[in-house]
Design a protein around this ligand. Structure first.
Ligand SMILES: NC(=O)c1ccc[n+]([C@@H]2O[C@H](COP(=O)([O-])OP(=O)(O)OC[C@H]3O[C@@H](n4cnc5c(N)ncnc54)[C@H](O)[C@@H]3O)[C@@H](O)[C@H]2O)c1
Length: 424
């Protein structure tokens, strides 16, 4: 099948955030065309409902005051309150945040949970701050976005750089008015609700990968780019399902072992030394080579774009499973599709996190706690049903899994607008 993509300005002069938004708008437009949506509805779906940019002061340990840019974008709330990640990353800007919020709208609709889409974050490298600086900054950020978040309005969840501790600070900041509001965030350390949110995205990704892999997973080779919360968890779950994780990279370097890495040992090493580089029981590999290895499955799980038109012709994996958000550009999508490489799109592959966030939120609102088995079973069912649904649409229309996922997600949001009379 052939995909047509718009000609773009050379990548070097388009900021990465703008590229992410352009890709998001291209994919929306493609789905809107297939669904026959009119121009008014297309414009509504392409435009965020609410965008907030904030300037957050933080006093560093050395007494210096710095100002950090922060954002919260609510893309769409036609199907329910906004929900979406908080990202602490130096590449955070309003365009990338809008692209992430838009993808979250389609993701929630695709997996059938009653949320709209949001995203937020701070333009900061968390590793360069002390724990106390990060806590002060997070609490000030919450103060700035407080008017627009809340359990019935917009529910933050963890994304790259913002972990369970950050969620607990957000909840504490939100509850400073005098009343606890447990449904305000998800993925918080020490919450009442069960679900294993820290592990949920990787677990969901493994479920989607195993469903998309033809035949048995036993001995299938996997390369994982990015060994943070999502990449490490995905690697562990895929290894325990029988796959052979043969290469892993992170911001410090890349390591490989053709007979299969011991993922737990690598994780222990990375925690101790700050990264995968130097792991004694593996060979060093140039990190830029990792996406091009001859493996069955490539899992991009770093916050960066992994496959562009430049390296797409050299991708040898038959299955690419997008743990990261937006790791494959539309131009690269077309090249991979022509080469017969199957891409499990981010809005499905990394949906385990938002599914478990939803399960947590339901428990928090009802002040109850389900068993870990119950939340795990619900996650498995929703992921498996969604893989089956997009596979069926893909086969019926002769389109890629991403195009099928967008047809379903965008179609459900468009239908919600129609039912509410908000379509033009
Ligand atoms: N955390 C979640 O629940 C969640 C949910 C859905 C999607 N995601 C997406 O998954 C991706 C990773 O998120 P995370 O929470 O694991 O982040 P994280 O900050 O925990 O980990 C990111 C990892 O990527 C590595 N990395 C950074 N640049 C790299 C590069 N150029 N090459 C190789 N590795 C590199 C880092 O060293 C780190 O190991 C992001 O795109 C995020 O939006 C995360």
């Amino acid at each position: 099948m052939t995909l047509t993509v718009p000609s773009t300005t050379p990548a070097t002069i388009v900021p990465p955030g703008r590229q992410a938004l352009d890709s998001a708008l291209f994919r929306l437009d493609e789905a809107a065309g297939r669904l026959g949506l009119d121009d008014g509805l297309r414009t509504m779906l392409a435009t965020p409902r609410r965008s907030l940019s904030v300037s957050v002061p933080v006093r560093r340990e050395n007494g210096r005051m710095e100002v950090v840019q922060g954002f919260r974008v609510q893309h769409n709330t036609a199907r329910g309150p906004a929900m979406g990640g908080i990202r602490f990353h130096p590449g955070t800007d309003i365009d990338r945040t809008t692209a992430l919020a838009m993808a979250m709208t389609w993701r929630c609709a695709l997996v059938g949970i009653p949320y709209g889409g949001a995203a937020g974050g701070l333009r900061v490298a968390p590793a360069e701050l002390t724990g106390r600086e990060l806590e002060r900054l997070t609490r000030r950020y919450v103060g700035e976005i407080l008017p627009v978040i809340g359990p019935e309005k917009d529910i933050p969840s963890p994304d790259a750089g913002a972990d369970e501790r950050a969620m607990a600070w957000i909840l504490d900041g939100y509850s400073a008015g005098g009343y606890p509001a447990p449904g305000t965030v998800t993925g918080m350390a020490g919450g009442l609700a069960t679900g294993g949110r820290a592990d949920a995205t990787g677990r969901g990704l493994a479920i989607a990968t195993l469903k998309a892999l033809p035949g048995s997973p036993e001995g299938r080779t996997v390369a994982v780019q990015g060994f943070g919360r999502v990449g490490a968890s995905a690697a562990r779950h895929l290894a325990s399902a029988g796959c052979r994780v043969v290469a892993v990279s992170d911001g410090t370097g890349a390591v490989a072992d053709a007979s299969g890495l011991d993922v737990d040992a690598l994780l222990a090493w990375a925690e101790e030394s700050g990264g995968v580089r130097g792991h004694r029981r593996a060979d060093a590999l140039p990190p830029e080579d990792l996406p091009e290895l001859d493996v069955d499955v490539f899992v991009p799980a770093a916050p960066e774009v992994a496959i562009t038109a430049e390296n797409a012709p050299r991708i040898r994996a038959r299955l690419v499973v997008e743990a990261a958000n937006g790791p494959v550009t539309p131009e690269a999508d077309a090249i991979l599709a022509d080469a017969g490489t199957v891409v499990v799109p981010d809005i499905l592959a990394n949906a385990g996190g938002v599914i478990v966030s939803y399960l947590e939120w339901v428990q928090n609102l009802q002040a109850c706690s389900w068993s870990a088995h119950e939340t795990g079973a619900r996650l498995r069912r929703l992921m498996a049903e969604t893989v089956a649904a997009i596979s069926a649409v893909s086969a019926e229309h002769g389109i890629t899994l991403r195009q099928a996922a967008y047809m379903i997600g965008v179609g459900r949001v468009a239908e919600a607008h129609r039912l509410r009379g908000l379509c033009s």
